[in-house]
Every structure is written in structure tokens, then in C-alpha cells.
Ligand binder design. Structure first.
Ligand code: GLY
Ligand code: MN
Ligand code: MN
Length: 438
């Protein structure tokens, strides 16, 4: 329930960094609302990442307010202590203990937010908040600003500029500090174990959800109580549906199984895809396609290094895939013509990765001033080429319904990269060995 002091200092340092980036003005950062699932039950609560990043605070109904400038302040609004509610729902800090424990300059009950907003917004030149993220909050913030404006005759001025606080937070979140990298390594380790467990468990005749249950079991038993996103457990042709989450089909002897699943630990995601034969042995055709995707991934990972552009891994993967698609008679022409005409898109229609962090598709710009940004130490991205072959008269029949993706999480280091998810079996030999149920 309580957090180690070192961790608390990390969050406090982020607030200071954000205040410096703001230079002056007031920032308002609400956490996520609780969401009803049905009747009086709720979806498992997940804090908002932009709120958690500078607070480390996970209770719902909380708002961070930061004032930058000569007299910086950090103020938390949260639920009050309640002997009765705590009997039902469990511990809550309450403002006094939250301020002391998390190092805020002040904390108030959430019920005082509207009143305090009007008071604290006065004479602040700039208002920073996540504009457009939630229309209820938009209305609430604008109403508070109007209330400040109404005090103009008393000499109090309302902020005359509104900026999206996410512009500043996104750039901070893109670069992971040692504390974050440590958590992401741990999330990756658990998720690799889950993939290994799924490989060992899988047999023809099972249902996709049985394998999903093994993944969830392994995440949860190591403290990653929730997956970072809905697990994709896609047997055979289902693997050719990129966002397949039905997970309710029978697994057939001779088909491949694509699993895209990662646990969330301490608020950080992992995101791994492995594809393996349901009966433990790749067929010749499956192996041909698999080796091409694997080679494309190796080329992309090699390109994921400072100061290559964000797009370099994608371009490296595309070159290998284009040659492979020609070899498999999926595409015609030269590598250059396949890339130029984009005929590869019939079999590879997504990009090769995304930023990874607190959110599975994490924040951070991909372009700066119109150009792909360069990769730098501390960034974490996924590298996930694939190949999805739907039945078609123009496609050799033995390749129909083969869907393969191989995805790892990669930390950019000062002189290259570290693959955080290395421990999940990936080569044909590694996979067949694990599936041999040694
Ligand atoms: N699991 C989502 C993705 O790979 O982007
Ligand atoms: Mn991904
Ligand atoms: Mn994924």
C-alpha cells in the first residue's frame, strides 16, 4: 500500500521537471474515472497514465494540480478518509496522509476541487490540461475559467492561453528512466514466462481460451494481475485477423497458433507476439514463411539503434519481407518494385512497431518538424513484423491461412539496444524444443 521512498522521489522529480517545462502557469491533470460494467459492478480500475506518471498515486477520483513559476506548488485532490467506505472498499490515503507520504505541498478533498480551481487559476497566465481527452472535464475546466473571468473587475485575470499538458508529458514519458526500465524488464520477464508456458501447454483439440487461461495464470501469479491489452490467441486462419480477440475456436492439428499477449506490471506494459505450431512441429511451408518473418525481425532489431530514424527498423523489415514474398511467389517483380508498388501490403499491412511504456501504444511523437525522429537511449519500442496470407487464387495453396507475427520489446541503449523479451522462445529450434514437452 505504501511506496518506497526512492520511488516517491522519482515521482516528485517528475513533477519538478514538468513545472520547469511549463515555465509558468497552472496544470490540471485528472486521473481516469471508474467505469461501470453492468448494474453496480465496475471494470477493474486503471488509473490514467498521465496522472500516474507524476504522482505514483492510484486511487480514483484524484486530480493533480501543479503551479509553475517563482513559487511552484504541487497539490493533490483525492477522496477523504471514510471509516464506513473503507470497510467496504478498503484503504484510502485521504488528503493528509497522501500529502505527507507522496510529498505534495498540499492536498484537499476532491469535493473542494471546483472551488479551489477558481481560486488557484486566478492570475495564472497559461492553463495546461489534457484538452479534449474527456468532454466532462473540458466543460468543468472551462466553467472554472469562466468563473475566474467573472472576477475581472476585482483585478483577477483568467489564463488567456490554454495548452495541452500532454505535449510536455508525452516527451518526458518517451524517455524511460532507470526506475521505469527496471519495471519494464520485470514485466517482460513475466510475459516471456507466460509465452513459454503457453507453448508447453498447447495441444491439438484444445480451445484458444484454454491457452489464454495459461497466459493469464502466469501473468497473475507473478503480480501482473492484468494483461496490458486484450490477449490475442489466434489459431489457424484467425491469425490473419489482426485484432482477433474472440479466443473461442478449437485448435487444429497442423495449424499455427499466434499469441499476442503481455502482462502489465506496476503500470507498465509488455507486448510480445510468438507464433508456433499447435502440434509442436512446423510444416515445411510454415517454416519457410516463419524464417522470412524471423529474418525481417532480426534486420529490424539491428536497425533499432541510435541515431537511426524511427522508420529505419520498418524499412529494414520491409526489404527482407519483400524479398521473401518474391521467393514464396506471393509477390512479383524486384524488391524495389514490390516496395515501390506496395504490393507487399496484401500480406503485411501494418507498421513494424510503436512506442511502449505505461500504455501499450505509448505516447511520444514519431515525427519532429515533419521528419521521423531519431532513436535515442531510453526509448522503448516494439519490433513486430508479420505475414498474413488469406486464401486467394493468386497465392500458392500450401500457404493459405498462414498468419505469423514475431514481436519483441526493445530498449534503445547508448550504443545499440537491449531486447527485453529475449527469453521468449523464438527460433524454430527453440520453439520445437520447448514444445517437445521436455
Ligand atoms: N498488442 C498490440 C500490438 O502489438 O500493437
Ligand atoms: Mn505491439
Ligand atoms: Mn502485440
Amino acid at each position: 500500500m505504501t511506496r518506497p521512498i526512492l520511488e516517491i522521489q522519482t515521482y516528485a522529480a517528475r513533477r519538478k521537471h514538468l513545472q520547469q517545462a511549463m515555465r509558468h502557469g497552472i496544470a490540471i491533470i485528472p486521473t481516469a474515472p471508474e467505469v461501470a460494467r453492468n448494474a453496480d459492478t465496475h471494470y477493474d480500475y486503471r488509473h490514467d497514465s498521465h496522472f500516474y506518471y507524476p504522482t505514483g498515486f492510484t486511487e480514483p477520483e484524484s486530480v493533480l494540480l501543479l503551479i509553475a513559476g517563482d513559487e511552484p506548488q504541487s497539490i493533490l485532490f483525492c477522496r477523504e478518509k471514510s471509516a464506513e467506505r473503507e470497510v467496504w472498499d478498503g484503504f484510502r490515503y485521504g488528503p493528509d496522509a497522501a500529502a505527507e507520504h507522496f510529498g505534495f505541498d498540499a492536498a484537499y478533498p476532491i469535493e473542494l476541487l471546483d472551488e479551489k480551481l477558481v481560486e488557484l487559476m486566478g492570475n495564472q497566465p497559461v492553463l495546461f490540461y489534457p484538452i479534449g481527452a474527456d468532454s466532462t472535464w473540458d466543460a468543468r475546466i472551462i466553467k472554472a475559467r469562466e468563473a475566474v473571468k467573472a472576477k475581472a473587475r476585482t483585478g483577477i485575470q483568467a489564463p488567456n492561453a490554454i495548452r495541452d499538458v500532454r505535449e510536455l508529458l508525452n516527451e518526458m514519458r518517451l524517455f524511460k528512466d532507470e526506475h521505469e526500465v527496471g519495471i519494464m524488464r520485470a514485466a517482460a520477464k513475466i510475459s516471456c514466462e507466460a509465452h513459454r508456458r503457453a507453448m508447453r501447454f498447447t495441444r491439438p483439440g484444445q480451445y484458444e481460451y484454454e491457452v489464454e487461461a495459461e497466459l493469464l495464470h502466469e501473468f497473475c501469479r507473478h503480480g501482473a494481475r492484468h494483461p496490458a491489452y486484450t490477449s490475442i490467441v489466434a489459431g489457424g486462419a484467425n491469425a490473419c485477423t489482426l485484432h482477433y480477440v474472440g479466443n473461442n475456436a478449437r485448435l487444429n492439428d497442423g495449424d499455427l497458433l499466434l499469441i499476442d499477449a503481455g502482462g502489465e506490471l506496476g503500470g507498465y506494459a509488455s507486448d510480445i507476439t510468438r507464433t508456433f505450431p499447435i502440434n509442436g512441429r512446423f510444416s515445411a511451408a510454415q517454416k519457410d514463411v516463419y524464417e522470412i518473418v524471423l529474418a525481417a525481425q532480426a534486420a529490424a532489431i539491428a536497425a533499432a539503434r541510435p541515431v537511426n530514424s524511427w522508420n529505419a527498423p520498418h524499412e529494414a523489415a520491409l526489404r527482407v519481407l519483400a524479398q521473401g514474398f518474391i521467393d514464396l511467389k506471393l509477390c512479383k517483380g524486384s524488391v524495389e518494385s514490390v516496395l515501390e508498388s506496395e504490393s507487399y501490403k496484401q500480406f503485411y499491412m501494418h507498421r513494424t512497431g510503436h512506442w511502449l511504456g505505461m500504455d501499450v501504444h505509448d505516447v511520444g511523437e514519431y515525427k519532429v518538424d515533419g521528419n521521423w525522429r531519431s532513436l535515442q537511449s531510453g526509448m522503448v519500442l516494439t519490433v513486430e513484423p508479420g505475414c498474413y496470407i488469406r486464401p486467394s487464387d493468386s497465392v500458392p495453396r500450401d500457404l493459405w491461412n498462414i498468419g505469423i507475427r514475431i514481436e519483441d520489446d526493445v530498449l534503445i541503449t547508448s550504443n545499440g539496444n537491449e531486447v527485453l523479451t529475449q527469453a521468449a522462445p523464438k527460433t524454430v529450434n527453440e520453439i520445437e524444443e520447448v514444445m517437445c514437452h521436455e
